[in-house]
Design a protein around this ligand. Structure first.
Ligand SMILES: Cc1cc2nc3c(=O)[nH]c(=O)nc-3n(C[C@H](O)[C@H](O)[C@H](O)COP(=O)(O)OP(=O)(O)OC[C@H]3O[C@@H](n4cnc5c(N)ncnc54)[C@H](O)[C@@H]3O)c2cc1C
Length: 451
């Protein structure tokens, strides 16, 4: 039984906002079942969402990291059932050396299964594998009335779909059954393609998606004139045993270690002026254009995980990641217009990642749709919020939408226009959480609440 709540100030990965929350650390299902406080609650994973997705100011947060046990694994089918606080990192560390790997991998492995469901996360293979829902067989969820339901494509289907992108607002996901993929090696054959401008880059992305399972592009958003949109496209496929050089073949299922590098404190924000950004883009450009080679999964999927707490590099004011998707039709022109607005804005962008999504899976609040997605890190400045409002309008006019797992500033009206299926989702919320017990700062900001 949960008795004690600790007062903690919580933020998202961008170190904003700073929200005072009352935090509990459940260790097993039994502690949660009879826990019916009067006030609002929300589950939280590893806090890798960027802003107020996993904060609940002055209310209860259930940190799920201690509910991370593995419950069962079927060597025949690759089906793994875990408590929802287990992370992809924990799964990879145990299963990669046995020849199994998660199907969907975002840019960090430090995410829980609960968080992966709640944002229906995607990776560099979205055009082939789709989003996280495609790897999930079923999950169990604790509702606000104390019932635990199993949800799958054939059982409580509405609850199943509404949770992918459902931002933890329907209950506490307790266990998740995912399908792991059989692998021959933990390596990838990777190729870097340099594109001199945006036209070249978009053409390269289109043709790469037909040949490679994984593709993602890094764009130098400070480049202008004939270099506007230049960058490096990194593509790859799983390496087979015969693709590996002799020295790697000795241990083809090698797993990674723990990073020893940490940003020890918040760096002053002036370290991120235009000059350093331009230098960083140059380094990334040179590093990524290194041609063809074999890459271990840590470098291939999770390069940012190599430095712990890298988010502190943005200083105490924090940063946002602005990620949007625009439909394939007219998408190239929309990307050009938005990138142009960014380069002229005076808001210095940091990392810029461009990718093409395949079809979305149809969950009402899930982000991916067929088209181009662009993610840009901006350090927080006084004018950033006003600037993102302009970008929101451009994205909406282009028929696109913002990724709620990363959003910091979207308003209710714009969110509702971008996600017309919010109405269907709210019906499910009324059915399973009629008193609106599960809530978050984000939910209140964009109107994912029931009156
Ligand atoms: C460096 C970096 C790279 C990233 N790259 C990608 C990427 O490539 N693709 C992508 O899609 N995302 C990406 N993300 C975002 C990240 O994958 C998602 O935000 C993910 O949801 C974070 O998981 P978490 O466990 O940290 O959840 P949190 O951030 O703690 O919470 C996220 C949401 O999940 C809910 N939640 C968590 N646990 C439960 C539970 N047990 N039951 C119910 N609800 C729950 C919370 O209420 C909240 O709404 C990236 C983030 C970082 C920092």
């Amino acid at each position: 039984m949960i008795e004690k709540l600790a007062e903690e100030t919580l933020s998202g990965w961008g170190n904003i906002p700073k929200s005072p929350c009352n935090v509990a650390y459940p260790t097993q299902e039994g502690e949660l079942i009879n826990y019916h406080p009067e006030e609002s609650m929300l589950a939280r994973g590893k806090g890798r969402s960027y802003a107020d997705q996993a904060t609940n100011s002055d209310h209860i947060i259930l940190k799920m990291e201690r509910m991370n046990h593995f419950l069962s694994f079927d060597e025949e089918t690759g089906l793994l059932t875990c408590e929802a606080g287990a992370t992809l990192d924990e799964i990879i560390r145990v299963f990669a050396s046995r020849g199994w790997f998660p199907m969907i991998n975002p840019g960090t492995k430090f995410v829980t299964l609960g968080g992966a469901v709640a944002n229906d996360i995607h990776g560099k293979a979205h055009h082939v594998d789709g989003s996280f829902v495609n790897s999930v067989e079923y999950f169990t969820i604790l509702l606000s009335d104390g019932r635990i339901l199993k949800a799958s494509r054939t059982e409580n289907e509405d609850l199943f779909w509404a949770n992918f992108g459902g931002l933890g607002l329907l209950g506490v996901i307790l266990t998740v059954c995912i399908r792991l993929r059989k692998i021959e090696t933990t390596y990838f054959v990777q190729k870097s393609i340099v594109a001199k401008n945006l036209d070249e880059m978009l053409a390269a992305i289109d043709s790469a998606d037909e040949q490679y399972n994984y593709s993602v592009a890094w764009i130098d958003s400070l480049a202008t004139g004939k270099n506007f949109g230049k960058g490096v496209l990194v593509v790859g496929n799983e390496a087979k045993l015969e693709d590996l050089p002799a020295n790697l073949r000795k241990n083809p299922l090698k797993t990674g270690g723990v990073s020893k590098l940490t940003v020890p404190f918040y760096l002053p924000s002036f370290t991120l002026n235009k000059l350093t950004v331009s230098m960083l883009n140059k380094v990334l450009y040179i590093k990524q254009k290194g041609g063809t080679g074999i890459s271990h999964y840590d470098g291939f999927f999770f390069p940012l995980d190599m430095i712990n707490e890298w988010n502190r590099g943005y200083g105490k004011k924090g940063f946002i990641q602005y990620q949007f998707v625009v439909p394939e039709e007219g998408g190239k022109e929309s990307i050009r217009l938005i990138l142009d607005a960014i380069t002229k804005s005076g808001c210095v962008p940091f990392l810029n990642v461009l990718k093409k999504f395949g079809e979305g899976q149809g969950a009402p609040l899930s982000f991916p749709m067929k088209g181009y997605t662009f993610a840009i890190d901006f350090p927080v400045t006084d004018r950033l919020k006003d600037f993102t409002k302009k970008l929101d309008k451009m994205v909406l006019d282009a028929g696109g939408r913002i990724y709620l797992g990363k959003d910091a500033y979207l308003d209710e009206a714009t969110f509702k226009a971008m996600y017309p299926q919010h109405k269907e989702w709210l019906e499910v919320k009324r059915k399973y959480d009629p008193k609106g017990v599960y809530s978050s700062d984000l939910a209140r900001r964009i109107g994912l609440t029931i009156q």
